[in-house]
Design a protein. Sequence first.
Length: 344
Amino acid sequence: MKENNEKLPLLMTVHGDHPSRQSFYSLVDRQSQKTQLPILIPRRIIGSGHGWLVLVNILTGKSSLWNPDSMSQISLPFLHDAHMYSRCVLTGPPTEPDCHIIFCSLNEEEQTVFRVRDCTTVSSPPGEVQIAAMASFRGEMYGLVDTDDRGFEFVTVHVVEGGLEFRPLLDELGRTVKVPYARRNWVNAYKCHLIEAPGSGGLLLVMKLMRGGYLKVGVEFKVFRVEVAANHRVECVELDSVEEWTIFINNLGSSFCRTSQKGACRPNCVYYTDEWKGRAVKVYDFGERSTTVLMPFRYAGRYVSLCYWVDIPNIPEPELEPQEVEHNPEPELELEPQEVEPEP
């Protein structure tokens, strides 16, 4: 049996026209299944890992951990301004005694930390650093700091009394490790994701580059391999290709990288959910620098549905209505290749 971090994530959508309904889609089986899970209403999934989902009710601020396989739930403290939280990181399995959950706000200078064992809340004072991305790797927490004038720099993240502590990562010459990327004038928005590579292959930094104001058109991706040595020395190198890997990016919540599976997902591609709404998944090909669309949820609301990639082993059983299985989703639709301004 495959470990969960080797399985392809499932795609879940919340039906915008019927918010009480959800659908799950398996890339491997190419089947979608409708469910009705009251625990998901009206909650965001802002993280998933180790078979658990992190749920936040943006209306009440209530948050919890939920395991769809065992149907067990762990209550967490309330989040103030819950609608501002878009992602979180688990430092380990929630059943471990020292597991913490770090909630990251859309305001990159604000994080909230919960210790799962006793629901202790640790809030970090805002205004210290702007965390653009965060990931757990080999028992350590790593972050990417947006320094504006100095670019993006890597840090280790430590839960300490009173909040979080950030320590710069150095290269072999003792210099702060920076992302080898110069900001582009045509890019007006960045989204960064730190993801563990398959087979303990270090970390990947995936940068989503956008332009076009609110519409966020002209999407392009950059990917960097981040090698972390035992002495915390780090090297960051841009990649032209991710070869046999496939990357899964969420607008909300966790992101993943898996070894591609023939007939299930395309290698050297990014499968990403759209900005805040939509029933489709877009597929960016690093080799062709083009984008296609995957449409597994034809019956979901076109504009008001919301999709997530989730790291859970199985599709949850529906609670209130019989299973409905659909085969052979719509084929991918080819879009015109995006024009990207050449680098100077």
